[in-house]
Write a protein that binds this ligand. Structure first.
Ligand SMILES: Cc1cc2nc3c(=O)[nH]c(=O)nc-3n(C[C@H](O)[C@H](O)[C@H](O)COP(=O)(O)O)c2cc1C
Length: 245
């Protein structure tokens, strides 16, 4: 199910510099939501989308009634932030900005806030996240909305929740065969941690450029790690005990 951006909502009038994190009490009858953000432009050929769909499938085994909200941004990119949005990020109070990329940001943040679990499928592009994912991040990491400033630095407002990141790369960036640095995983840890999302789990299929047998082996190895992770989560992890309750 692909959700279009909801209609523009009026901003809160001149909100305070600080906004308390939104704490939700658990409603056991509430239907769980999985937000699936897929970032490759390669459609059905995408290895990262294949891996992220596999993660979504494993989550659905834990919670068969869960709703999956699809946010494909690889071939239907979210727009870059515009001047009004950039100005509002600099301001000390919420500006009464409507439309443009602010309404896009509102919609993407609401989608993220509503999710109990997030699955991101992303290629490695030039050692980093692709620009499509960076544009999404620029919309959801938003001053006074998803993080605030303290004397100690930025503090996230979002409730923490599991975030699975499925990465595909042409070369290898982990282990003894790594021939390039990895700026992608530390960056995602830092930037999503800024808004309160600290429970990140990374899985990757590396070396897609080597093709054939290599990719088949990489898929198999990743799948073993995935299944072990989900068995462990189902047994021991509090957040997934919630998911399957
Ligand atoms: C613009 C661009 C930059 C890339 N940069 C890297 C890179 O820095 N390191 C790497 O291992 N692969 C790189 N690749 C290869 C992709 O990571 C690889 O094709 C991967 O399978 C893409 O993910 P997908 O299959 O989900 O589309 C790059 C590909 C593109 C198009």
């Amino acid at each position: 199910m692909v959700h279009a951006f909801p209609r523009l909502k009026l901003p809160r009038p001149g909100g305070p510099q600080w906004r308390r994190p939104h704490r939700r009490t658990l409603d056991r009858n509430r239907i769980m939501k999985i937000l699936h953000v897929s970032c490759s432009p390669r459609g059905a050929l995408s290895e990262s989308s294949r891996l992220s769909r596999r993660i979504v499938d494993l989550l659905l085994r834990l919670q068969p009634a869960a709703i999956v909200v699809e946010r494909p941004i690889g071939d239907a990119p979210v727009p870059h932030v515009d001047a009004d949005y950039a100005e509002a990020q600099q301001a000390h109070v919420d500006a009464a900005v409507h439309g443009g990329s602010t309404s896009c940001s509102d919609a993407l943040i609401q989608e993220l806030e509503a999710a109990d679990t997030v699955v991101i499928g992303t290629p490695m592009h030039n050692l980093m996240v692709p620009s499509t994912l960076k544009a999404w991040i620029d919309h959801v990491v938003r001053a006074r909305r998803t993080f605030g400033m303290t004397r100690e630095g930025k503090a996230g407002f979002l409730r923490d929740r599991p975030v699975f990141v499925a990465i595909a790369s042409g070369g290898v960036f982990t282990g003894a065969n790594a021939r390039q640095p990895d700026l992608l995983t530390p960056y995602l840890r830092l930037v999503l941690g800024t808004i309160g999302l600290k429970d990140l789990r990374f899985f990757s299929v590396e070396g897609t450029a080597f093709g054939g047998d290599w990719v088949a082996r990489a898929r198999d190895e990743t799948d073993v790690r995935l299944r072990a992770c989900f068995e462990d989560l189902a047994l021991h992890d509090g957040s997934f005990a919630r998911l399957s309750s």
